[in-house]
Design a protein around this ligand. Structure first.
Ligand SMILES: O=C(COP(=O)(O)O)[C@@H](O)[C@H](O)[C@H](O)COP(=O)(O)O
Length: 378
């Protein structure tokens, strides 16, 4: 019998700005979801926060995109939004972009990652949640974990892993809508790299073992401004990664987060900032960031979840956090100049564009301008 792992995440209100949800809000969502654990809909569930986002992790038998499971999460977020409004939280209901539920939360604001599979006798997996960044933040860690033996020795040492992985990559910037391409590592490594280097255009949707055909990764690809048509908060992605045996080991999947790679996000969703691995339930702070990622490591059996190990709470990551903080401060020293701020097309607020539009008529061609300068000089 197959089990489905679903994670649905939304930002529905925060204390003190876009920092973290209140305890009352988290409790409200949690109690609504926990009431369904073990009933006909859910086998198990776990509710957590990262930055100002609340994520609902659920196990069930209803497959990917199930309307009843999605509605349960939607209703929990709607109920939570009432609490957020009563408490005067900032951005109450921010990610709930549609009024009426229409069968699936995809395209309605919340981020989703789901996969359905036959459980292995032991089923270890990782649940990642990131805040103040977008789905491209997972491009480099996934490339390193599933395609690069410099990061993942298993690609050399394990006969199953050395058969490689299939990447399903989504083009989220195409004018006619989202489209996907499938590429195989290692043969297509340069092609995979050529796409994934462009983190705002191409993002990993899923990764599959070529040895067994099993799905290893399900990642969220939602771009909120593609839905709302304007900035309504960064896309703050979630991701599920199955680990060990025919998949990379937990440590191989976690290792790339020690880089503190620069990702799109931070203040007003419009900067390049290093990604900081943090314990779950961490808020954000410096410059509305830095962008953060948490990871809960769990096992499950017949859909029932163990307690979670908070992977980035280990003391090792304190050192990484210090380095990421130093990198963030260093980058912020150049303010809005050059690589510190995102390119024009990726800016999440329209102020600069409006300013440039207003200046446009005041530009004169150099040839036209020259005589006036000359006249003033004479
Ligand atoms: O990126 C941000 C919020 O992202 P989020 O909603 O948490 O995904 C923040 O930096 C805000 O853009 C910033 O605090 C300004 O917020 P507003 O005053 O425009 O709401």
């Amino acid at each position: 019998m197959k089990t489905t792992l679903s994670v649905i995440k939304a930002d529905i209100g925060s204390i003190g700005g876009h920092i973290r949800p209140s305890q009352a809000l988290l409790d409200a969502v949690r109690s609504r979801i926990h009431a369904h654990r073990g009933n006909h809909l859910l086998i198990d569930a776990r509710v957590s926060a990262t930055g100002d986002d609340i994520a609902i992790l659920m196990t069930h038998r209803h497959g990917v995109g199930d309307p009843a499971v999605h509605k349960l999460a939607w209703d929990a977020f709607r109920g939570g939004t009432d609490v957020a409004r009563r408490q005067g939280l900032y951005g109450a209901g921010q990610d709930l972009l549609k009024d009426a539920f229409s069968g699936n939360v995809r395209g309605m604001g919340p981020a989703v990652a789901e996969m359905e599979f036959e459980e292995r006798p032991a089923e270890p997996f990782l649940f990642f949640a990131a805040d103040k960044t977008d789905p491209g933040a997972f491009n480099l860690p996934l490339y390193l974990a599933f395609a690069d033996p410099m990061n993942t020795p298993g690609l050399l040492l394990s006969p199953e892993l050395s058969q490689g992985f299939r990447f399903v990559i989504m083009d989220v910037g195409h004018t006619e809508g989202d489209r996907v391409i499938e590429l195989n590592a290692p043969e297509d490594m340069y092609r995979i790299a050529a796409l994934l280097r462009d983190t705002e255009r191409y993002v990993v949707e899923s990764v599959w073992s070529r040895a067994t055909g099993e799905q290893a990764v399900a990642a969220c690809t939602t771009r909120l401004h593609n839905i709302a048509g304007k900035y309504t908060g960064k896309d703050d992605p979630v991701m599920l990664v199955r680990v060990q045996k025919n998949f990379p080991a937990t440590g191989e999947v976690l290792a790339p987060y020690a880089i503190g790679a620069l990702v799109a996000g931070g203040m007003r969703g419009s900067h390049n900032m290093p990604l900081m691995p943090v314990p779950q339930e961490s808020g954000v702070s410096y410059f509305d960031g830095p962008p953060v990622v948490s990871c809960a490591a769990l096992c499950m059996h017949d859909g029932r979840l163990t307690e979670a190990e908070d992977a980035f709470a280990h003391p090792f990551w304190d050192r990484v956090r210090d380095q990421v903080a130093a990198k963030a401060i260093e980058l912020r020293r150049q303010g809005f100049f050059g690589a510190a701020m995102l390119p024009m097309a990726e800016l999440e607020y329209t102020g600069v564009t409006a300013m440039l539009a207003e200046l446009e008529p005041r530009f004169r061609l150099r040839e036209e301008a020259r005589p006036q300068v000359a006249m003033r000089a004479g």
